[in-house]
Design a protein around this ligand. Structure first.
Ligand code: FUB
Length: 325
């Protein structure tokens, strides 16, 4: 594969691709961007998505199959709007889709929908996960079979409303010198339907062992949490949001703490950047998105793939987010 990103789908707009290997194929679970005619604002109201498609490919260079609508908001009893970035986990022949949406109080919650096939269709549970909040759930299965869920996003993702440990209708972030808000991680219950524990902070430290500060906008977590493992190390990667970088930090446990390492991808066209990292047949790939095909419209993005390389010391070579196909 060329070192330049390639678009995966040009028929509809797709964003936030989360990729996994199931049954020897790559399955991609993106958001489905639409033009809902809602003006752009800091709460992300212009991202008014209403369903999810699932895609598969036999290999990273191959044709991309669109399996159609796997879950529609009209079939989710508790969800009112904004189906943002989702992800899927597999256990004992069942596939579990985790997805955020706003409820009737305009608060993001995370729901679960179930299928016996990765491509769906998925049947939503009647209520969101107990104690769930914010956005961008992603799943990680460790080598011992334990499943974890990572989630969270500041600004429109509402994570700041939980900064005291409980919900407050207050969107102020912490002060610039205070530790930045963290993504969250929780082990999933044996039945995969709930948190098995109170979600914990995914703490990112600088090289001196200090938590990154709120003012450190080029390095602190904003949204798009993703976990992968390489050579026995845990790699936590994420978007810095308003500084438009995909960054990563490494640690010795799925809970962290993680030490900041660097940039996975420089800014793409469009405000958001969001990704997943996948190994397939011994090579590594970054799935991501940009807004090139829509002429830069933030809310109309298209998913892409590019090869990702590690150096000898385990660091990731930074990818140019603006390279042409
Ligand atoms: O797709 C809507 C939101 O945009 C996602 O939840 C964020 O991560 C950003 O990509």
């Amino acid at each position: 594969m060329s070192k330049k990103p390639r678009h995966l789908i040009k028929t509809i707009y797709t964003a936030d691709p989360r990729a996994h290997v199931y049954n020897g194929k790559i399955y991609v679970f993106p958001s489905h961007d639409i033009d809902a005619g809602i003006p752009e604002d800091d709460t992300g109201a212009h991202f008014d998505m209403r369903d999810y498609h699932v895609y598969s490919m036999d290999d990273p260079e191959g044709d991309v199959i669109d399996h159609g609508v796997a879950l529609d908001i009209k079939d989710v009893p508790w969800a009112k709007r904004q189906m943002w970035s989702n992800d899927v986990a597999h256990k004992d022949g069942t596939y579990y889709m985790y997805f955020p949406a706003k409820d009737d109080k305009d608060i993001f919650r995370i729901g679960v929908a179930i299928s016996d096939k990765p491509e769906g269709p998925y049947k939503a549970r009647p209520k969101p996960m107990n104690g769930s909040f914010s956005i961008d759930p992603s799943t990680f299965r460790d080598d011992d079979g334990t499943h974890y869920i990572y989630f969270g996003g500041i600004w429109g993702g509402q994570l700041q409303r939980y900064k005291t440990g409980r919900y407050e209708d207050n969107d102020a972030l912490r002060g610039p010198e205070e530790p930045a808000l963290c993504a969250k991680v929780a082990r999933l219950s044996d039945d995969m339907l709930e948190f098995a524990e109170q979600p914990r902070d995914v703490v990112i430290l600088d090289a001196y062992g200090n938590p990154l500060k709120t003012k450190d906008e080029n390095r602190r977590f904003f949204e798009a949490a993703w976990m992968h493992k390489y050579n026995g190390k845990y790699y936590f990667s994420y978007s810095t949001g308003n500084t438009h970088l995909l960054c990563y930090a490494t640690g010795d446990s799925p809970y962290g703490p993680f030490i900041y390492q660097g940039v996975v991808m420089t800014p793409v066209v469009g405000w958001t950047t969001h990704h997943s990292i996948l190994e397939f047949k011994g090579k590594w790939y970054l799935f991501h998105h940009d807004s090139k095909l829509s002429g830069g419209k933030t809310w109309l993005r298209s998913m892409k793939i590019v090869e990702l390389n590690y150096r000898q010391d385990g660091s990731i070579e930074t990818i140019d987010g603006n390279a042409d196909e």
